[in-house]
Design a protein around this ligand. Structure first.
Ligand SMILES: Cc1cc2nc3c(=O)[nH]c(=O)nc-3n(C[C@H](O)[C@H](O)[C@H](O)COP(=O)(O)O)c2cc1C
Length: 353
């Protein structure tokens, strides 16, 4: 029904307006237990084979909502009822930010991608902290922090900017993701500079698992530095990966005037390869959260077999509808059984060894 009736209607409307409406409705209806239970009847799916334990955290299934859909932490009540196993809130930044000028979110339907140029719009770490403090979450929650979108915050100031967000948010949720791959941070650069990254990592207390979210476009030399530093400073793992700037895969042409990073279908292979590369190179020492172009159970399973213990998605849900989570989880169980695995953990990295 989503693809034949709901999606054609939604896709007539500006994507950011649809996104904001979904946030409003989700936040409102999520407050009512009967509504959450009703939704769960349709969307939730449980099976022991899907349970994953990583970094001392128990996940009832490996499919999470990726950062960027719920930047301000308003959906945590309803997300478990849609069937997700965890949620990453954010990116939040030290200072609130209105983001880039609108329009700043676009669908390229032929390519099954989104062009995202939000520019890290969010309420800021203090407001989001207030919203989430002392709340009970039904599933594990990650907090994704990024550098404030301000071109004057660069160099050592950006280390302080991340640090402020980390300090404020470290008592919320189950893990922290440091988004070092968002080029929409005002200075036009992501934060993969090893010198600055080392300064930041050396300040973090690591009392909670810390993940680094990397770019799918990262070059191997930079990646090697990031991996070395991550080992030295006990980073738990990586979110692989963020939006891409590579447009060579797109069928839609003449996009020069459209700024932003690309999500969805064209990230599928790029992120599969990067997950496999990191898993092999580090001999599976880091936890990998695989994200990028997951539209079905086959996509999810490939990322697991390449080395991901957990997965996240956004674009698949927008193109396929919210039932995608249940469908993937159900079919993942069938794929595990077909290949003789008792659970997800047994399948992690089997194609990357
Ligand atoms: C609308 C939108 C907003 C996003 N905003 C963020 C963000 O604030 N922080 C972040 O780390 N990633 C952000 N992302 C990237 C996603 O978390 C994810 O890495 C990427 O979309 C690939 O997954 P997908 O193909 O399943 O969408 C955003 C993606 C989308 C589609």
């Amino acid at each position: 029904m989503y693809k034949t009736i709901i999606r054609p209607i939604l896709f007539q409307v500006d994507p950011e307006k649809v996104h904001n409406k979904a946030l409003k409705l989700g936040s409102f209806f999520g407050k009512f237990a009967f509504f959450r239970k009703f939704l769960a009847l349709f969307y939730d799916y449980r099976n022991d084979k899907l349970e994953v334990n990583v970094c001392g955290i128990h996940f009832r299934n490996p499919i999470g909502l990726a950062a960027g859909f719920d930047k301000n932490g308003v959906l945590f009540d309803i997300i478990p009822s849609i069937g997700f196993g965890f949620e990453e809130i954010g990116s939040v930044t030290a200072l609130p930010c209105e983001g880039n000028l609108k329009p700043r979110l676009f669908r390229l339907i032929k390519d099954k991608v989104l062009v995202v140029n939000y520019g890290l719009c969010n309420d800021g770490v203090e407001t989001v902290h207030q919203r989430l403090a002392n709340k009970k979450f039904g599933i594990p929650i990650g907090i994704n922090i990024a550098k404030t979108n301000d071109k004057n915050i660069k160099g050592n100031k950006s280390v302080d900017d991340y640090w402020k967000s980390y300090e404020i948010m470290e008592n919320i949720g189950d893990y922290i993701t440091i988004n070092i791959s968002c080029p929409n941070s005002g200075d036009g650069r992501s934060f993969e500079d090893p010198r600055l990254l080392e300064k930041l990592l050396s300040k973090l207390k690591m009392e909670k698992p810390v993940f680094l979210k990397i770019s799918p476009d990262i070059d191997k030399k930079k990646l090697s530095e990031v991996l070395k530093l991550s080992k030295r400073y006990s980073v738990s793992g990586f979110v692989v990966a963020n939006l891409t700037h590579d447009r060579s895969f797109l069928k839609t042409k003449n996009l020069d005037s459209l700024e932003g990073g690309i999500s969805g279908f064209c990230l599928k292979e790029k992120t599969d390869d990067l997950i496999s590369y990191i898993y092999k190179k580090t001999k599976g020492k880091f936890v990998i959260i695989g994200v990028g172009g997951i539209f079905n159970a086959g996509d999810a399973y490939r990322k697991i077999r390449n080395g991901a213990s957990l997965l996240q998605l956004i674009t698949g849900m927008i193109y396929e509808g919210p039932s995608i989570v249940k469908k993937i989880n159900k079919e993942l169980v069938e794929l595990l059984e077909r290949d003789g695995f008792k659970n997800i953990e047994e399948a992690v990295g089997v194609d990357a060894r």
